[in-house]
Ligand binder design. Structure first.
Ligand code: NAP
Length: 285
């Protein structure tokens, strides 16, 4: 019996249990995946739960908002990816040590290949909208593959974007040359358009019952040679994706990333690989 779970707040609407229960079934393992709702300020609650991983009462945990950073001082080691991104989404006990991993970045990268196909990616230019937690994972994945990245944020978020760049530059000086940031508005985006191969929406704008509309400035045309990856997966097609599709851009939503990161966590805990397609069919039912 393998005992897994998710720490976060709020998490009652999470689809992770559905994905992991399907993965357990597919891998032929008996197990459970529980939701552990821990209030944003409840660091003792986090410590108590991690103690259960140390004593093998829990075999593996996923971590989501708002605890992806909070668990960092509570684990013994971070993978290089988790340390560079500055966020942990997977915890496991390895040789008596609590290790924090981040599978969001490879989950995104693997799924991005479905959108880009065999396109050359070295030194291509990507525009990422937003500079929060998910943007950090996207930045890591793209930098690792050789992309140049511009972060576009609301004016108020420019310091957040600058912090992201400075954190990555501190980790690896080569990253600094590949990262820049601008304000998300027509005048600053216009000159970039012709150079872009990829746009990634890492803001919550367009999410079901959250934020209506699109983060793309109203009068701004879409770059003709770019593809759009929207991290949002509910709705399955955001207004942003619809508008980009109308302008003949290839688009993809974040469902594949969601399933991909989950299955990479599952592999870390169980050593079993489960195919994304099998779980996707199950989730779409
Ligand atoms: P986050 O840490 O809150 O970051 C969101 C970013 O978007 C912040 O920079 C935020 O700025 C900015 N933002 C908010 N409203 C905006 C607006 N109206 N216009 C422009 N920027 C705005 O959230 P996150 O964890 O990065 O998640 C971002 C999105 O990715 C969510 O929709 C989430 O569901 C999705 N996601 C998907 C996956 C997946 O597996 N597919 C994984 C992770 C996240 P402020 O900080 O100022 O609000």
């Amino acid at each position: 019996m393998i005992r897994l779970g998710l720490i976060g707040y709020p998490i009652s609407a999470s689809v992770s249990p559905k994905i992991h229960h399907a993965a357990l079934k597919e891998a032929g393992l008996e197990g459970e995946y529980k939701l552990y709702t821990i209030h944003p300020n409840d660091i003792q609650g986090l410590k108590n739960l991690l103690a259960k991983v140390r004593t093998d009462e829990i075999d593996g945990l996923n971590v989501t908002i708002p605890h992806k950073q909070n668990v960092i001082p509570l684990v013994d080691e971070l993978s290089y990816t988790a340390a560079t991104i500055g966020a942990v989404n997977t915890i496991v006990l390895e040789d008596g040590k609590l290790i924090g991993h981040n599978t969001d970045a490879p989950g995104f990268w693997n799924d991005l290949q479905e959108l880009l196909g065999q396109k050359e990616v070295q030194n291509q230019n990507a525009l990422i909208l937003g500079s929060g937690g998910a943007a950090r994972a996207v930045v890591y994945a793209l930098l690792d593959a050789g992309w140049n990245i511009t972060l576009a944020t609301r004016k108020a978020d420019i310091p957040q974007a600058e912090n992201l760049i400075s954190d990555f530059a501190t980790r690896n000086t080569q990253y600094a040359k590949k990262l820049s940031n601008i304000e998300l508005k027509m005048a600053t985006l216009s000159p970039l358009l012709s150079s872009l191969s990829l746009i990634v929406n890492a803001t919550p704008v367009g999410m079901k019952s959250h934020h209506a509309g699109t983060p793309w400035p109203k009068e701004l045309p879409f770059p003709s040679h770019a593809a759009l990856y929207d991290l949002i997966y509910t709705p399955s097609e955001t207004q942003f994706m619809q508008d980009a599709k109308n302008a003949r851009l290839a688009t993809r939503n974040g469902l594949g990333m969601l399933i991909g990161q989950a299955l990479l966590s599952f592999e870390i805990w169980t050593g079993k690989k489960v195919s994304t397609e099998k779980i996707e069919k199950f989730i779409m039912k």
